[in-house]
Design a protein around this ligand. Structure first.
Ligand code: 5GP
Length: 122
């Protein structure tokens, strides 16, 4: 899949659409999900044009990957989630119901998140 420059996160990164920003550096932007699933629900987004996790893992430069991972950890820590815990998740492709075709990581926290996948869903 080629990268769609008009996807909603590309527009947020370009500043065309507002967001509730929680973190920014040269390689990463993080902002609150517009439809939060948990008390803390932050989207951590690389600024580079990557469609999905597969695209990011194959093509991102080492400094982009390092910045992304460090930013995610820092955002979770600064949200006070290290002790109670949190979940990070990335949806890739149709089976995972990825909606926005710009790679992003969901950071969930602020309550007991339950099991990762319900036994009945296997
Ligand atoms: P996906 O299913 O692609 O992993 O998740 C996309 C996420 O982006 C959803 O949780 C959705 O609520 C969020 N989202 C979609 N449009 C916007 C937007 O314009 N602003 C923000 N902050 N989040 C959005």
């Amino acid at each position: 899949m080629s990268y769609d420059e008009s996807n909603i996160f590309a527009r947020i990164i370009r500043g065309e659409i507002p967001c509730d920003k929680v973190y920014e550096d040269d390689h990463v932007l993080a902002f609150r999900d517009i439809n939060p699933q948990t008390p803390t629900h932050v989207l951590v987004v690389p600024k580079g044009a990557y469609v999905s996790f597969a695209d990011f893992s194959q093509k991102a430069r080492p400094e982009e990957i390092a910045a992304f991972v460090r930013a995610a950890g820092k955002i979770a820590s600064e949200a006070g989630l290290d002790e109670p815990g949190y979940r990070i998740l990335a949806n890739h492709g149709p089976d995972a119901h990825q909606e926005v075709p710009h790679f992003h990581l969901h950071l969930f926290g602020g309550k007991d998140l339950g099991r990762m996948i319900k036994p009945a869903d296997k």
